[in-house]
Design a protein around this ligand. Structure first.
Ligand code: UD2
Length: 311
């Protein structure tokens, strides 16, 4: 069994990854500053004697060094980040600090304490407006936001450190993740979280465009499993991999599932397409399977049904 330190452990993906590792019998030490994470997300984890939590800021020099030196984890899963693409546009400095500089601090903390593995929350945003679908990892990277650029830079920082100092680094390029605990607060939150909140509040949803646009929606439970595999599977090499299902789902198909559960709510309204939106996004899932033995197991329909039931 491994001891894993998770930065951003109170966040959407962080808390599910924590739960997954604990369920598999591992020990987890979490760190979060609750900037976007929520204490409530760790309610289940906090019941486990295998879980401990440190309230702190990964981006503050020295803070992580001390924690990593005292915990001596087998691996670090680095999920703490500025998570909103929109916020990276309005505050590129903060994006630099939380999404690039903080990653360097994680790499350094690992080096100083001899940590052997780092798993990093990268994003499909590094590809930008890719038109050749499905998107393969070797595609030219053309990020179109400070957020996407920071994720790409972070991959390079970690892989460089890994090669120089003998750390196995896995960069996980998440596609459109959905599931319980995702924050629906902003108009730029993930569409599934916005739809879930509106249906729950008895309101109908708005589809921007005709609803034929597609995304590679992946359940957060699958993402948590991919993170756990990348952090604990023996004998894996450094590298990057899309964390996706390899299947395209249209917004209309997603809305159909909500409609089944909320027959009393008016059908969606349609509005003009959102400026800058891409029509289709789809990942190729082969690399994660080859490198980690990971393939997504939760169908969009099952994942949505769980979200609607559990919230
Ligand atoms: C993601 C990022 C976005 C940008 C983009 C680059 C998130 C949440 N968004 O957007 O910032 O980096 O990738 O490819 O990470 N929609 C509706 N109704 C709503 C909300 C959304 O119809 O109330 C549509 C939206 O116009 C889009 C689709 O749903 O066509 C998916 O939207 P999204 O923001 O969940 O995800 P995405 O991949 O467009």
């Amino acid at each position: 069994m491994a001891k894993i330190l998770i930065t951003g452990s109170a966040g959407f993906i962080g808390s599910h990854t924590t739960d997954r590792l604990l369920a598999d019998g591992h020990t987890v030490v979490g760190i979060d500053n609750f900037r976007t994470g929520r204490r409530q997300n760790l309610a289940e984890a906090s019941k486990s004697p295998q879980f401990s939590f440190h309230e702190g800021d990964v981006a503050k020099p020295g803070e992580l060094d001390a924690l990593v030196a005292s915990v001596k984890p087998d691996g670090i899963i680095h999920l703490a980040a500025l998570v909103s693409v929109q916020e990276s546009m309005t505050n590129p400095d903060l994006n630099y600090s939380l999404n690039i500089h903080a990653t360097h601090l994680v790499a350094e903390a690992a080096r100083k304490s001899g940590v052997k593995r780092i798993v990093f929350a990268s994003s499909a945003a590094i590809y930008g407006d890719a038109t050749a679908l499905p998107i393969r990892e070797g595609l030219e990277k053309k990020p179109i936001s400070p957020y996407g650029a920071a994720k790409l830079a972070s991959e390079a920082i970690l892989l460089g450190h890994g090669a120089a100092f003998g750390i196995t680094v896995r960069c996980q390029r998440y596609f459109n993740v959905f599931g319980p605990r995702q924050d629906p607060a902003s108009p730029y939150s993930g569409v599934i979280s916005i739809f879930d909140r509106r249906y729950r509040d008895g309101k109908s949803v708005t589809i921007y465009g005709d609803g034929q646009q597609t995304r590679d929606f992946i359940s957060v439970h699958d993402v948590a499993r991919a993170n756990a595999l990348a952090a604990t599977k023996p004998g894996i090499a450094s590298g990057v991999a899309n964390i996706c299902t390899g299947r395209a789902t249209s917004l209309l198909d997603a809305v159909k599932v909500f409609g089944k559960h909320y027959p009393q709510i008016a059908p969606p309204a349609h509005a003009a397409p959102r400026t800058g939106d891409i029509i289709h996004s789809l990942g190729a899932a082969d690399e994660a399977h080859a490198a980690l033995g990971f393939s997504a197991q939760v169908s969009v329909e099952d994942g949505l049904t769980e979200l609607i039931r559990v919230g």
